[in-house]
Write a protein that binds this ligand. Structure first.
Ligand code: FES
Ligand code: FES
Length: 193
């Protein structure tokens, strides 16, 4: 009798029919930074909001919420992803690494340490996304995945400044720390070679 109620309230015919204000909830289990996390979420919750608002992992940043800045980058099942552009419930059973899972202040990941050493940030807002992306980029190159600037698609891609800049082009830094980020990534890549 929603329609009748709406009509009695003076609402246009059909308004409110079949609608409910209650969000649709769904259960999802994620492994986040090595820990199993069981969540019950509004199905519209992005992976970024699930991490920040529900798990209180606020390292991943919301810059644009539109897939244009990379501040929200996380590593999901080994691949970097814009967490603002994907729903949490799409990742049932996934292994998710956020900046908090890469390292901590007393035990930095080599990429975090290299960013500190090379001044790869200024305000730091983009930095968690840059570092997660940087770690995944080196894995992509190591796995032989070509980029737009890879010249020879039959040869293993090399870790060059051009490759790093191209692959990191989805991570925007308003402070313009790009050249220092390239230096940090190059050092980590060299240390791993
Ligand atoms: Fe996700 Fe900008 S907040 S890409
Ligand atoms: Fe400020 Fe990148 S360090 S936006």
């Amino acid at each position: 009798m929603v329609g009748a109620t709406a009509a009695a309230a003076g609402a246009p015919e059909g308004a409110g029919a079949g609608r409910t204000d209650a969000p649709v909830l769904a259960r999802v289990t994620l492994t986040v930074n090595g820990q199993r996390r069981d969540l019950e979420l509004d199905t519209r919750t992005s992976l970024l909001d699930a991490a920040r608002e529900h798990l209180h992992l606020t390292g991943s940043k919301k810059g644009c919420d539109h897939g244009q800045c990379g501040a929200c980058t996380m590593i999901v099942d080994g691949r970097r992803i814009n967490a603002c552009l994907t729903l949490a419930i799409m990742h049932q059973g996934a292994e998710i690494t956020t900046i908090e899972g890469l390292g901590q202040p007393d035990q930095l990941h080599p990429m975090q340490a290299a960013f500190v050493k090379h001044d790869g940030y200024q305000c730091g807002y983009c930095t968690p996304g840059q570092i997660c992306s940087g770690v995944a980029v080196l894995e992509e190159i190591k796995a032989g995945i070509p980029s737009h600037v890879t010249g020879d698609l039959e040869a293993a891609p090399q870790i060059t400044e051009a490759e790093i800049r191209e692959r990191m082009s989805g991570n925007i830094c308003r402070c313009g720390a790009y050249s220092n980020i390239v230096e940090a990534m190059t050092e980590v890549a060299g240390a791993r070679a």
